[in-house]
Design a binder for this molecule. Structure first.
Ligand code: GLC
Length: 710
């Protein structure tokens, strides 16, 4: 049979197989079954029915299900999906990389691509083929529970890093990525998970679509439909977004999988229909090719199709997309297995430490850092998260999905909490630890004990933050103030008069006003993975020069949100009566032990046509005695346009290494087409006029010049 002949072109094999399939076999390919939703017996019954995909299956179980499927009439292999979103972290012993938000602080495309590649190796070593990653959502209201899973607040940076990790995931062609959640999921009103996003299609094109376009450039093989809705139309039912724009206009040729129970949610939550046959019809006709969970989907879609309510060509298109990916993955052919030795291997540990090193952001340093490790002194390490690997890991690890049986379980793979990191880097010092207070529970604290330790120490390293239980799906917050008695303990520690270094170990931006104002140094480490604690300690010890830059802004108060940097300059009064308008820390912020001086900003042309590309050049000098990395950021302001545009938008960046005392020239390309606005009629137009070009190491101190577009 042609479809089993690996020497034939994939389209030929797909068409041959499709022609052989019954309607039952086609609809079965469109059903994805979660192992944690069915009994063992039901799971294998689905395999006998030839279902297209399983999720939340690990290792050996996948092989058992493949063996059952190999006995079906056409022997179509299933594809196994898993949330390997910062390493294959649902598998005990696999490398736990920093979260996406943490990795985004590195602004290092190449390193993030290497993380993707290493993750793919570990997922495949475990016998699976598909990760539901990356998240390309834009996090602009940090009350949302899933901010940690994103690459932050900026469409350009998200698109660049998303493209990088997708290329890494898919490089060896035996694992596919999944760009999610399509679309504007993080923009829900009130940051309420899965709620409605009050966005027009024009706004979606302007802000939320660009990262998905870059995912398509990277040949991402799947896209996941978001839970929510855009202007009250469920994304699952949004044919214009899923088919007309994503597939037809943007040329996405992979397959679309719904998020968990999206088809059922059309009935139960979004209430746009009262029956499953209609829900299945709506979802399929809108452009969903595979239904995640909603086990009734199979029978309902079959019934709808048999009644002639679903266009058979649409079903064939969905199955064709799924089969094409399966053939491209090599699932029908003998694919070389990946040795289990790849899981948490030395090479992956090196990549993990390297990305952790670049994922930490120093936001304040009054000169106290770096500490002299040779000086014998007593260091008080205080704070729950300094010794909680579970909170350091954050969401989507074996601790959290499904809930670990033993919350005190210690990971098998090598890992460093901040406490262990400090004990490792400050061997000459007397390092003592006290948890101080619980993250969430005000009744669980020993303020006096922590203060007593601080009183007898020479220096305090205090961690603040949140817990993995305060983040994730359905875990939004109204108030981002530090919970428990963290602020109270901090103020008591300040009263001791000892120098105090504060480290935020958190999943996302919280309100850090008090600690930022009174600490001698303040650093942020979002969920840092296996080596987060060691990297922080090495920065404190001066062994490592911090290079992280924030991918997201920090509010001073939850009531300020949104505070993202790329805002409009229109506000009567320009501030709240009771609060100013500015963020505590802004996208692009981040300090170094080096001292970077920018000069000589120039453009390869000061006038350009719409189809041109120019080069933006700047001179960068490292005026300190410490070598370091700097992320040079290129922002643009469209001075006057037919539609309101933000005061500045990131349009390029380059991370460069500059030795102490050295001067380098940095060049960043700028395509004039990237300056297009999305006009009210949704046309992308580069409008002639002046564009302010801004270059610097953050959004506030930039060199400026003007480009004229004709
Ligand atoms: C979840 C999430 C999605 C995840 C999927 C499978 O509910 O929304 O991001 O990939 O279900 O676990």
């Amino acid at each position: 049979m042609k479809y089993t002949d690996a020497s034939l072109p994939i389209p030929v094999r797909v068409e041959d197989l499709l022609a052989r399939m019954t309607l039952e076999e086609k609809i079965a390919q469109m059903q994805q079954v979660p192992a944690n939703l069915v009994t063992e017996e039901e799971l294998f019954a689905w395999a006998e029915r030839g279902c297209g995909s399983f999720l939340h299956v690990l290792g050996e179980k996948a092989d058992e299900l493949r063996a059952v499927q190999a006995k079906t009439r056409l022997k179509i292999p299933p594809i196994f999906g898993i949330d390997a979103i910062h390493g294959h972290a649902l598998l005990r012993g696999a490398t736990v990389f920093p979260s996406q938000l943490a990795m985004a602080c590195s602004w290092n495309n190449e390193l993030i691509k290497a993380v993707g590649k290493a993750t793919a190796k570990e997922v495949r070593a475990d016998g699976l083929d598909w990760t539901f990653s990356p998240v390309l959502c834009i996090a602009r209201d940090t009350r949302w529970g899933r901010v940690n899973e994103t690459f932050g607040e900026d469409p350009y940076l998200i698109g660049e890093l998303g493209k990088a990790i997708i290329e890494g995931y898919q490089e060896d062609k035996h694992m596919i990525a999944c760009a999610k959640h399509y679309i504007a999921y993080g923009e829900a009103t009130g940051a309420r998970d899965a709620y409605d996003s009050e966005v027009t299609v024009r706004k979606i094109r302007e802000v939320f679509l660009p990262p998905f376009k870059k995912a398509i450039e990277a040949n991402c093989s799947s896209v996941m439909t978001a839970y929510g809705s855009a202007d009250a139309t469920p994304i699952t039912a949004h044919k214009r977004l899923l088919t007309d724009i994503l597939k037809t206009e943007c040329g996405f040729n992979g397959f679309v999988v719904t998020d968990w129970q999206n088809v059922q949610n059309l009935i139960q939550l979004q209430k746009i229909t009262d029956n499953m046959e209609d829900a299945a019809k709506i979802a399929i006709e809108a452009g969903n090719d595979m239904s995640m969970a909603t086990l009734e989907f199979y029978d309902a879609a079959l019934k709808s199709a048999r009644n002639g309510d679903i266009d058979p060509a649409r079903i064939d298109d969905a199955v064709r997309r799924i089969l094409t990916v399966k053939f491209t993955l090599g699932l029908f052919d003998e694919v070389k297995k990946v040795d289990k030795k790849e899981i948490n291997c030395a090479a992956h540990k090196r990549i993990n430490k390297a990305i952790a090193d670049e994922s930490i952001v120093m936001l304040k340093n009054n000169g106290i850092l770096p500490l002299n490790t040779a000086e014998k002194r007593k260091i008080a390490v205080i704070g729950y998260n300094a010794d909680s690997i579970r909170n350091q890991y954050g969401d989507w690890t074996f601790y959290s999905h499904p809930d670990a049986s033993d919350p005190t379980e210690i990971p098998a793979n090598e890992h460093y909490t901040l406490l262990r990191g400090i004990q490792t880097e400050f061997k000459e010092c007397n390092v003592q630890y006290h948890y101080g207070c619980s993250i969430e529970d005000s009744n669980d604290s020993d303020i006096a004990g922590a203060v007593a330790l601080a009183e007898e120490s020479d220096i305090i390293i205090y961690t603040v933050g949140d817990s993995y239980k305060q983040n994730g799906e359905g875990h939004d917050r109204a108030d981002l103030q530090l919970t428990g008695r963290q602020n109270e303990l901090f103020l008591r520690l300040c009263e001791t008069g000892k120098p105090i270094i504060c480290v935020a170990m958190c999943a996302k931006p919280l309100v850090f006003n008090t600690v930022a104002e009174k600490s001698h140094a303040f650093l942020v480490s979002f969920n840092g993975g296996d080596y987060g604690g060691l990297s922080i300690a090495q920065i404190l010890a001066g062994k490592l020069n911090p290079s992280g830059k924030l991918p997201i802004s920090f509010p001073r108060h939850s009531g300020q949100l949104p505070v993202h940097y790329n805002h409009y300059e229109i506000w009567h009064g320009g501030r709240y009566v009771d609060y100013d308008a500015t963020a505590l820390y802004t996208f692009g912020d981040g300090l170094s032990y080096s001292d970077f001086i920018y000069s000589d900003l120039s453009l390869s042309a000061s006038t350009a046509a719409k189809e041109d590309a120019i080069t933006v050049q700047v001179t960068l000098q490292n005026n300190a005695k410490t070598d370091g990395y700097e992320t040079v950021q290129l922002y643009v302001n469209d001075r006057f346009s037919s539609i309101i545009t933000p005061s500045m938008e990131l349009k390029g960046f380059k991370k460069v290494f500059v030795r102490a005392g050295e001067t380098v020239t940095v060049q960043i390309p700028l395509c004039i087409a990237d300056l297009a606005v999305v006009q009210p009629d949704e046309n992308y137009v580069v409008e002639p006029g002046e564009f302010e070009i801004m270059v610097g190491g953050n959004t506030k101190n930039t060199l400026k010049t003007v480009l004229t577009v004709q």
